[in-house]
Design a protein around this ligand. Sequence first.
Ligand SMILES: Nc1ncnc2c1ncn2[C@@H]1O[C@H](COP(=O)(O)OP(=O)(O)OP(=O)(O)O)[C@@H](O)[C@H]1O
Ligand SMILES: [Mg+2]
Length: 399
Amino acid sequence: MARAKKESTDKQAIAKDFEKLGVFYLGRPYDLAAKKAKDGLLLYDSKDLVTHAVCVGMTGSGKTGLCIGLLEEAAIDGVPALIIDPKGDLANLMLTFPQLRAEDFAPWVNEDDARKNNLSAGDYARQQAELWTKGLAGWKQDGDRITRLKEAAEVAIYTPGSNAGIPVSILKSFAAPSREMREDVELLRERVSTTATSLLGLLGVQADPIKSREHILLSTILDAAWKQGKDLDLAGLIQQIQTPPVTKVGVLDLDAFYPSKDRFALATQLNNLLAAPGFSAWLEGEALDIQSLLHTKAGKPRLAIFSIAHLSDAERMFFVSLLLNQTLGWMRAQSGTTSLRAILYMDEIFGYFPPVANPPSKQPLLTLFKQARAFGLGVVVATQNPVDLGSKHCIGLQD
Ligand SMILES: Nc1ncnc2c1ncn2[C@@H]1O[C@H](COP(=O)(O)OP(=O)(O)OP(=O)(O)O)[C@@H](O)[C@H]1O
Ligand SMILES: [Mg+2]
């Protein structure tokens, strides 16, 4: 009896430590030489995340697992997150069962896993429930903490280009950026350029921002509209490709630079994309509006998971670039802060931030790494290979 009481008091004392606001409970310190956990708690100061984090490890080493823990701890503290999930591993954030009952796990049991363990699906679910209960207890946690997590934040899975989860509409993504962004000449130029590159990528056009006339024309149209604070949509873009808002590009007449017949071909390409069966899924659902993605209408923080595993490479790049650009625009409209306001997590950075090539995701990511700190946005990326983050950028991260 006395022992049970002492254990319960110990648990409360430990919980008091890891439930402190602003610390993320990530486990215990680990003794590498002795290969075992040491006493004490590993409490990560959430303020440290505003200078960003990279999670590196070989496949299966537990990067996603660690980052899920980080996101859950942030959620318990009321910090929302935008989560880019290229491999489809983050939906597990939704599987939280405060009562830890076998029947809660049962609908989610992978029958192959059950078979491999020579168990029926029901027995496997029971085993999982026990495993979780014991596992959590080993870290002085229980169902109550899962309840806290569920009460603290909502989890939503968005599936751009598909109705499998919540679809995301890109219609507003060509709207004029916020005033703060428009007033920053360099930032606006980057936004124009990456939007043009990602859109052309979706059309299968690998455009060089300096040499390609497609890129120059699209940039000119976006720039002219956005500088005046005017919104564009895909239909407007198609129309303006045929009838651009300028008569000269540089010193050349528009028709000499890009004859109307050729412009019509580009307009048709974009129109075909818009008219393609299946594309309507890109135009339905919630707008890519960062503020309302990060918080529900009632003000509850949200873990907004963007599941993009189902998309083609070009579609993924298009969507990730749009999302990063929107995030940048949202960020610049926030007041400065020293505390962690939100997290942007990319479960796999491979391909989005290469050391040499220049895909449209790279520039907005680089700007986020450089500027997000002042606005309390922590960027967390995971990768199997540190080379995916060129060494120059890694040095930048430490600044
Ligand atoms: N701290 C941990 N303790 C025990 N098991 C873990 C831990 N973290 C992750 N795992 C388990 O290890 C497996 C691989 O983990 P995870 O998916 O996080 O790896 P990863 O590094 O993200 O791999 P990949 O590079 O392939 O995405 C999973 O089955 C997960 O449940
Ligand atoms: Mg992973």
